[in-house]
Write a protein that binds this ligand. Structure first.
Ligand code: NAD
Ligand code: WQD
Length: 337
């Protein structure tokens, strides 16, 4: 079927994408510098799929190492997940974010061009819709950002557009993820945040398991049905399958395309907490606190383009997302060691 290089393939989304790719018949090569993940993810991928993944521990900015991977393996296409992703940290350490995310992508693209590999599927984010656009977000809307992390996504999308314009053999699909949550249903693969989680569902998981004592709800005075923030939560395996669909599309088409990967439905913070309570059979204590700086009231996708272009749509609902997150949490009390 083809050999796919997955950058950031030991990370949360990349590891699930490896499972989806292997299930679809691709062979997978992973490169990751392990700055935010553990090599154990590869053993878990093997347990789930029965297939071994070739792994290179390297930094994308180390062009010579990346070039060697292309020389050792005949890579047909790249799925590019590697990057730093903490919004708050990006405000404190902007240069680290620009250097890692943009520098890493530029060296990857340079090697790809030299090695005549012209297909890339990129992890973009709904954050590129900024704070001015109305929901549901559509791909043609103007992009912008409110923090350095978001700007790296806006800039990388632009770099991909320009590379495709300069060389008609290039094909780049920028997938704009909404809020990926959940875990593989085996309970073997999931999200492994360092320290106290910033994101809602990993935080709830730690409250449910007794590591933290309550969830702070960041504001209940938004202009939303129950006053709490609304987001488009998507099961990480649905998201992973969306990548496999995008790869098939990217291999058949050239040029730059941006596609939303969301469910098209928003859920409030309170709805997520209720769904999680149901999944774990425990009460999740809450406290209403003030709004978090930079948050918006609502973010959800118009999911029509993904269906039309990729023939893909999300299938799992919030209950399954929470049940799978909880199974992973119970089975891996100390994360993926
Ligand atoms: P993650 O941190 O779990 O995975 C990213 C992986 O990239 C990690 O394993 C890390 O070690 C690796 N990495 C980082 N910089 C590297 C470099 N220079 N060279 C080699 N490896 C490097 O994050 P994730 O949640 O799986 O996110 C994957 C991608 O999706 C990221 O680009 C992120 O910005 C994007 N994204 C994530 C979300 C989300 O909510 N998780 C939402 C939208 C977009
Ligand atoms: C979801 C909702 C919070 C934590 C972030 C990035 C975004 C993307 C995904 C990469 C919001 C509320 C949260 C808590 C809460 N990443 N909340 N208490 O902010 O939509 O998106 O991750 O591209 O760029 O900004 O996700 O999970 O942090 O928050 O009430 O302890 O939960 O206010 O309404 P967010 P989140």
């Amino acid at each position: 079927m083809g050999k796919i290089l997955v950058t950031g393939g030991t990370g949360f989304i990349g590891s699930h994408a490896c499972v989806s790719l292997i299930n679809a018949g691709y062979s997978v090569v992973v490169v990751d510098n392990l700055c935010n993940s553990k090599v154990e993810a590869l053993a878990r991928i093997q347990l789930i799929t029965g297939k071994q993944v070739r792994f290179y521990q390297a930094d994308l900015r180390d062009e010579e190492s990346i070039r060697q991977i292309f020389i050792d393996n005949k890579i047909d296409a790249v799925m590019h997940f590697a990057g730093l992703k903490a919004v708050g940290e990006s405000v404190e350490k902007p240069l680290q974010y620009y250097e890692n995310n943009i520098g890493g992508t530029v060296s990857l693209l340079r090697v790809m061009a030299k090695q005549k590999c012209h297909t890339i599927i990129f992890s973009s984010s709904a954050t590129v819709y900024g704070c001015q656009n109305p929901v549901p977000y559509q791909e043609e809307m103007p992009v912008s950002a409110t923090n350095p992390y978001g700007y790296t996504k806006v800039m990388i999308e632009q770099i991909l557009r320009d590379v495709c314009k300069s060389d008609p053999r290039f094909s780049a699909v920028a997938l704009r993820y909404f809020n990926p949550i959940g875990a593989h249903e085996s309970g073997l693969l999931g999200e492994n945040p360092n320290g106290i989680p910033n994101n809602l569902v990993p935080y709830i998981a730690q409250v449910a398991s007794g590591k933290l004592d309550h969830v702070n709800i960041y504001g209940n005075d938004y202009n939303t049905p129950d006053g709490t923030g609304v987001r488009d939560y998507i099961h990480v395996m649905d998201l992973a399958d969306g990548h496999t669909a995008a790869l098939a599309y990217g291999m058949e088409h050239s040029g730059f395309t941006a596609v939303n990967l969301g469910t098209g439905t928003g859920s409030s913070v309170l709805e997520v907490i209720r769904a999680y309570e149901k999944a774990c059979g425990r009460t999740i204590p809450i406290e209403i606190t003030k709004r978090r700086a930079g948050d918006i009231a609502a973010s959800y996708a118009d999911a029509a383009k993904a269906k039309e272009l990729l023939g893909w749509q999300a299938v799992s609902g919030l209950e399954k997302m929470c049940a799978d997150s909880w199974r992973f949490t119970v089975q891996n009390p100390n994360g993926m060691e």
